[in-house]
Design a protein around this ligand. Sequence first.
Ligand SMILES: Nc1ncnc2c1ncn2[C@@H]1O[C@H](COP(=O)(O)OP(=O)(O)O)[C@@H](O)[C@H]1O
Ligand SMILES: [Mg+2]
Length: 215
Amino acid sequence: MGILLKEVSFGYGDKRILDKVSLAVREKEHIGILGCSGGGKSTLLKLLSGLYTVKEGYCEVEGETKPEGIRKQVAMVMQTPGVFPLSIRENITCGHPISEEKVWEAVQAAQLEEWVRSLPEGLDSLVEERGSNLSGGQAQRIAIARAIAKDAPVVLLDEPTSALDGETADALLRAMEPLTKGKTVIHVTHREETIQGYDRILVLREGKLFEKESL
Ligand SMILES: Nc1ncnc2c1ncn2[C@@H]1O[C@H](COP(=O)(O)OP(=O)(O)O)[C@@H](O)[C@H]1O
Ligand SMILES: [Mg+2]
C-alpha cells in the first residue's frame, strides 16, 4: 500500500503545474516537501487527496485509483482550516458515525480538551461562520481533531502552521504528533525544522520533484 504516482502531469488551463511527477511512498513513510510558493505543492496534495482527478499519468493511494476511493483513505489538514458554522462535534465528525469516546479522544489528542470542557455547551458549542469566534490555533486544532477522528492511513499536511505565530505553530506541531504517528505522511512546509526526522525530504521545483540531497 502507500502511495504511487507515475508520470503525473497537471495544469490549470494552458498552464502546466506538475510535469510528469513520479513518487513512491511506502506505508508509514514520512515525506516532507519543500518548494517555492506557487510551485504546485497544494495542487499535488489535492490530487493525492482525491479532490482533483488525475487525467495524465497514474495515481494510486492505498490501492485506490478513483477520487471517491482515495478520499476515504486520506485525512488532510490545510493551510487555512475549513471550519463550518456547526457544532464543534459536527466539525469533527463531519456527519460520520463516530462514537462520543472517539470524538473525545481526538479532542484530547489535538490538545483541545481543556478548552472544550470550559465551554458551557462543550462539544455542542457552535462555531461561527469562518471560525470567527475561534483563534487561528483553535480552528486549526479542530481540523486536526477531525483528521485524527477520521483515522485514515494517509495523512496529508499542507503548511498547517503557516498562518499561525511561532509559539502557536510550535504547540500545534506537538498536537499533530498523534495524527501522524504510524501513518503514511506527506507534509508540505516552508519551515524545514517542522519535518526534521522525516524519512525523506523532497523539493518541488519547476513542476518536478527532487530528492533534497541531490540538489
Ligand atoms: N484553481 C486554480 N485555478 C487556476 N490556477 C490555480 C488554481 N490553483 C492554483 N493555481 C495556480 O497554480 C500554481 C500552483 O499553485 P499551488 O499548487 O497552490 O502552489 P503552492 O502550494 O506550491 O504555493 C500557482 O501559479 C497558482 O496560481
Ligand atoms: Mg500551497
